[in-house]
Design a protein around this ligand. Sequence first.
Ligand SMILES: Nc1ncnc2c1ncn2[C@@H]1O[C@H](COP(=O)(O)OP(=O)(O)OP(=O)(O)O)[C@@H](O)[C@H]1O
Ligand SMILES: [Mg+2]
Length: 260
Amino acid sequence: MSTPEIRVEGLHKSFGDNHVLRGIDLEIGQGEVVCVIGPSGSGKSTLLRCVNLLEEPQQGTIVVGGTELTDPDVDIDAVRRRIGMVFQQFNLFPHLDVTENLTLPQRRVLGRDKAAAEKVAAENLARVGLADKAHAYPSSLSGGQQQRVAIARSLAMGPEVMLFDEPTSALDPELVGDVLAVMRGLAEEGMTMMVVTHEMTFAREVADRVVFMDGGVIVEQGTPEEVIGNPKNERTRHFLSRVLDPAMAEVDDVPGKTAE
Ligand SMILES: Nc1ncnc2c1ncn2[C@@H]1O[C@H](COP(=O)(O)OP(=O)(O)OP(=O)(O)O)[C@@H](O)[C@H]1O
Ligand SMILES: [Mg+2]
């Protein structure tokens, strides 16, 4: 692997008595696309939020692009500027048009002037296939278009790393493909990406590596072919059988039941 762009070592995070992350070690190389999969509550979002310092871990080290985020003296705002994050919810400002949604954070956080910010906004709207929506309001866009605006807003900040937390799970099925296509394009451009997703086809086709989490640990990781195609661990197999065949999940969904 090239120099890791993201390095997580011995990461622990609890909420009260709930020990959610129980010693995560993970390295993501420059330009690498890592998909994180796993059952609900396994700590996927918490891991992603720690990598962006939206959550403060109790123990462990996180380094992004050579800067240690877990250093108490770190300039959190400076680090966050280098890390883009896209959530399930798009969180666009409804009273601002698309261009204004993209220029506001550039002007506030990066201090760009209006003309420069609008130029970057236009470039990134084109990148997500929405150049013609520059002056639309979010309420007039489909969920998939709104999510692509949210991705463009993130890209306009010039991040080194993009984190995605189930970016397509709030979308109607017919809108998922356009968002995944944008993400695939980013991967091809060489963006370093960490993607929490239930889209197994996307993970198979786009990820360099798939990480399976359960119970706050990484149970198994490897190429998509290894982890999704030929999982070694019983917990991974159990999870995949439920995700790949949703009908199974309902029959199988006994609270408190674990695979081992
Ligand atoms: N801010 C919080 N305060 C308290 N508990 C939290 C908080 N965020 C997450 N948790 C708990 O941490 C555990 C892991 O949650 P997390 O959201 O990381 O799981 P996940 O793998 O992303 O699940 P899902 O697939 O449902 O999104 C859960 O038990 C959850 O209730
Ligand atoms: Mg989550």
